[in-house]
Ligand binder design. Sequence first.
Ligand code: PMP
Length: 427
Amino acid sequence: MNDEQLIARRNRTLGPTYQNFFDRPLHLVRGAGMTLWDADGREYLDCYNNVVSVGHCHPRVVEALCRQAGTLNTHTRYLHAAIVELGEMLVDRLPGALDTCVFTCTGSEANDLALRLARTHTRRRDIIAVDHAYHGHLTSLIEISPYKFAGKGGTGAPSHTHIVPMPDVFRGLYRGEEAGIKYAEQFEEGVARTGGVAAFIAESLLSCGGQIELPPGYLQAAYRQVRAVGGVCIADEVQVGFGRVGTHFWGFETQGVVPDIVTMGKPIGNGHPLAAVVTTPEIAASFANGMEYFNTFGGNPVSCAAGLAVLDVIEEEGLQAHALQVGNHLKQALANLMAAHPIMGDVRGRGLFLGVELVRSRETLEPAAAEASHIVNRMRDHRILLSTDGPLHNVIKIKPPLVFSKAEADWMVQILATVLAEDACQV
Ligand code: PMP
């Protein structure tokens, strides 16, 4: 069966809401480390997949999965050591009173559970979220995800959702040194208008927002204000947790805050559906109101075996420090490239969570979305996989598996320079 036939069957069976990456969809059949192979045996360098953070099909993770799948897989109403060990390891990696861990299968389930925890604890319903954020595909999360409810097919925000502006210091309302303080003031006005909330949820670095680092002090001010009106603070670490930012294991640590609830997903199972929520004993106690928590697949022994192996690999291979080293190297190389290419308006991010914002003019910041799409498709022709993000679709997102090497980073930058020299990228 060729790719055209597969596309036709896929469209017929899965329907039109599924999308494919790239103008020429890619049919992948195998992966290892940083490399993916298509059905014709061609190799690709995967520079944006943050789910398989310790590398595609890492042998340790695969072995752990296989061994446990061949031994036992049940649910959490039986005693099993793996779920306890993984919970303990996650809690050990978190600061403060974050000592209670609940397992789910996806980031969406984790965020939905976080909302339930917050609402049960505070007996309130309202949620503050950041503009352009995405927190998951469940109904409860579409309601707090401007990326969805304000996008194509969206039906707007319900009355219990309050959106604060994205603290974007590149093209947002406030820029430069004082921007963090100004965004915090604006946040305070937003909180004041709510009349009390259950929770504030935010990613610790903004992914769908366009690979944005929050200005220093932003979360500290926001958390203080939310707690002052009785709300709890949820850090969505589904994208940025598990060492990706290099300087810290969790994204929120870069902002010097301790959330009341942390949600995690994607990298926790290196591709296996596993996710978790960690919270404080007070919130956990409020949630234990007689209604049992049961999730058929969440925290099953096979998933937990994968999670334990992922944590071991991050530790043993020193992947957090590696992410910092390679990320710094890559960010510098991209900054150097920027000097020769006016279309590159901004290079930002931390560790291996980087973004390049493309503009048609560095004065007007007119977004270069068509050019961004051209670049991603041309990079694919050169067998380097990247993607775009941001509300204006003009940010190239770079978030490779953490095993990305300096040599691979140099290769990516070299090919990017070739593509940026094409006519379509001249502004
Ligand atoms: N939170 C964030 C920040 C995400 O990026 C995503 C997925 N893109 C989710 C939550 C939802 O995770 P999942 O797709 O595993 O349900």
